[in-house]
Design a protein around this ligand. Sequence first.
Ligand code: ATP
Ligand code: MG
Length: 356
Amino acid sequence: MNAPDARTRPANPQGILYVGMDLGTSRTSIAASNGVRETVASYVGYPKDVISKKALKKEVLFGDEALANRLALNLYRPLAGGVIQHSDAAPDSAEAKAYLKAAQELIRHAVGLARPQADELVYAVIGCPAQCSLKNKSAILEAARPVVDSVMIVSEPFTVAYGIDQLADCLVIDIGAGTTDLCRMRGAMPTAEDQLTNNFAGDHVDRKLEELLKKKCVGASFSIHAIRELKERFSSVGDTKEPVWFEVPVAGKPTRFEVGAELREACRSIVPPMVDAIHQLIASYDPDFQSRLKNRVLLGGGGSQMGGLREMLETEMKSRLGEGRVTRVDEPTYGGANGALKIAHDMPPEFWEKLS
Ligand SMILES: Nc1ncnc2c1ncn2[C@@H]1O[C@H](COP(=O)(O)OP(=O)(O)OP(=O)(O)O)[C@@H](O)[C@H]1O
Ligand SMILES: [Mg+2]
């Protein structure tokens, strides 16, 4: 979506542009108080050499443009498993610094997508995976420092819940690429006990599918990007018998393989840990309110679009917990950014981390 022009741009007497950002492993989305909503795949690419720099005419590329030109780029996906890559093991290594720089460029690019006016102050609420917000908070603050005036970092399932006014007795499950984050909303700011994170999310499905397809599609060559595309088009955990065709080259010749069973097995691989986490958060909730929690499970994030997932979770909950009602949020892509923007509007000044 493009920025409204000067005639349609909402009046901004305070001179503050609020930006809600969902900083994700696979997508980074923003919703801003001037009406702009944008999303970009979380890829950052730098031309490999002088030739690629000359051909691409850019110092850095983002999102789908970076992915499309990946053979000429050093390509980074700054976040993985819920944190900035390499920031845990060896934070001072060259690799960790390169990924941190890429994360910073991505945040700068995302704020730029909101098209702040030169004289506007930018106040950003950045929603990121629950683990990331704990471990990499200072890195994200550093990344945001040059581009925003005030910032707040919040965990992502909380932003999703806030965005749709589900603040009490509901369980939000955000199925992203790197992590599945679960957050129990009890009508107050969630604490560590209210949240669970695991790495069984979209990337896990992709890796599992890659492993299964390597066995099934003998002699074929394919990239992880092709696997992700296949998954996003046909994903399903249900028992449908519809064939799913995967066309890939074998020794250069396009060849079709039927991969429905493999796709289903890969998609299903993230369900048992999700059900365990739901069980854990419900069983440890105040007993008088457990039934309400069971009947208000909200699914968000890109992975929530897997066919049949909602129904499968309800069946599992009924068998393990006696009851369960699961709803999908309307906007899996912008749910986090919308909620972050809403938090930005609502939070009193003492919650903001002033950077300038
Ligand atoms: N139709 C679909 N079916 C299944 N998975 C999908 C579909 N569309 C997108 N996805 C997957 O959803 C994931 C991306 O979701 P989302 O944009 O919420 O993640 P993210 O916020 O970037 O990741 P994280 O929250 O882990 O940092 C990817 O793994 C993507 O392949
Ligand atoms: Mg996410």
